[in-house]
Design a protein around this ligand. Structure first.
Ligand SMILES: Cc1ncc(COP(=O)(O)O)c(C=O)c1O
Length: 397
């Protein structure tokens, strides 16, 4: 029998709801000026000196090459950090989701590219309305299907907006994107001719290339992706259509992508924070070395013999690429559960830990870890400088 949600439950009417008490909404884990030990845990911390150095290092690496930087905001989901990236010289940001893009536009980031396809009438309509609400800010997206492009064009016409569009080329990710030059040219011709669109060029990102551990393998994967992007671009240019932008490249390959002569724009995200997984990539003498700047701060909530249990578990850091790791020597992660991480001494000389001590952990994967937190506590010289909302947290739609 189908449930009928409109009828009262058998045996009576619904009980009246009790008036709710409001939860004070002004809780934040720290206040500017607090010491590290005063921060409520678990909390997500960014070391500002390191984060700013990473930002400057990226811009210095790309300076003078003519390649533009559009960092990926899926990493930090924080409008304050996006504005700082733009202040440091980025042309705007990338987002993965419309909800993230909306947050960035509302946060005064005026050039946003959704590095993803959007399907479904209601979402396309929302996209067009967001674009209209924030015009003249630029909003772009990826397309890899001409029928979807036709639907989107009609919706943009009805909503009176013009969107930036990029054809996604599959350059090795095997996820989204076209490979066949004939289909790429056909789509480019349509996008270029349609008044609902400004055809900007190609989106050519290979995520798999970023995490190839050895330098030769990583460089080979980046070169293969660039060659595919070049073939698609050349097919468009030979058809006498414009292709001004080729955008792609993450933290693992952007230095190669800049040197390739193919990419006009790079989109690294993780470089700002880094993580345990990125640290496993073999360092490349031809690319800058970014420093970890993101930490989960936890407290030692139980201490039994050789075991120290922390108050942060897999709801405070992602574990898809393994647990977060202690930022200090002498202790190792034994296991992680929802709200706990158990550390064990890993040697006779392990530094002592006391009940209530604060422990810094380095996330294994920065992007999904950030998505678990409401606040980013910005630290400088051991004190809280600011506390920023992670405004696009949970914006997965
Ligand atoms: C399309 C796209 N561009 C750029 C990035 C940034 O990559 P990274 O965080 O490795 O720098 C990602 C990350 O997944 C991505 O999906």
């Amino acid at each position: 029998m189908a449930l009928d949600w409109t009828s009262a439950p058998p045996g009576g009417v619904l009980k009246e709801f009790r008036p709710r008490r409001t939860i004070p909404s002004d809780w934040i884990p720290a206040q500017p000026g607090d010491l590290l030990k005063e921060i409520d845990t678990p909390a997500l911390l960014v070391d500002l000196d390191k984060c700013e150095a990473n930002m400057a290092l990226l811009m210095a690496t790309v300076a003078g090459t003519g390649v533009r930087v559009r960092p990926h905001a899926k990493t930090h989901k924080c409008a304050e950090l996006a504005r700082r990236q733009v202040d440091a010289g980025a042309i705007g940001v990338c987002c993965q989701k419309l909800g993230e893009a909306e947050v960035m536009l509302a946060g005064n980031v005026n050039d946003v590219l959704i590095t993803n396809e959007i399907v479904g009438e209601s979402k396309m309509r929302r996209l067009a309305r967001v674009a209209r609400a924030y015009a003249p800010a630029r909003l772009g997206l990826c397309v890899d299907n001409i029928e979807i492009a036709r639907q989107l064009a009609l919706i943009c016409l009805a909503e009176q907006v013009v969107l930036d569009v990029y054809i996604e080329v599959d350059v090795g990710q095997n996820r989204c994107g076209l490979t066949d030059p004939g289909s790429i040219v056909e789509l480019a011709r349509f996008l270029h001719a349609d008044p609902s669109f400004t055809f900007r060029g190609l989106h050519a990102y290979s995520g798999l290339a970023q995490h190839r551990r050895g330098v030769p393998e990583r460089r080979a994967a980046a070169a293969a992706a660039a060659a595919r992007a070049a073939a698609a671009r050349d097919a468009i240019l030979e058809s006498e259509l414009p292709c001004d932008v080729v955008t792609g490249g993450g933290t693992g390959t952007f230095a190669d992508d800049v040197r390739s002569g193919i990419y006009t724009e790079v989109q690294p995200g993780s470089y700002l924070f880094m993580d345990v997984d990125y640290a496993k990539n073999e360092p490349d003498a031809g690319a800058p070395a970014f420093a970890p700047s993101l930490f989960v701060l936890s407290s030692v909530m139980s201490l039994q013999d050789e075991r120290a249990t922390l108050d942060a578990g897999l709801k405070a850091f992602s574990t898809d690429l393994g647990p977060a790791q202690p930022a200090f020597e002498g202790w190792r992660v034994r296991n992680v559960s929802d709200e706990h991480t158990v550390l064990m001494r890993s040697g006779d000389n392990s530094p002592p830990i006391k009940l209530g001590d604060k422990a810094l952990l380095v996330p294994s994967h920065c992007d999904p870890t950030v998505n678990l937190h409401e606040w980013l506590v910005a630290i400088r010289n051991g004190r809280v400088e600011a506390v920023w909302p992670i405004d696009a947290r949970g914006k997965i739609y």
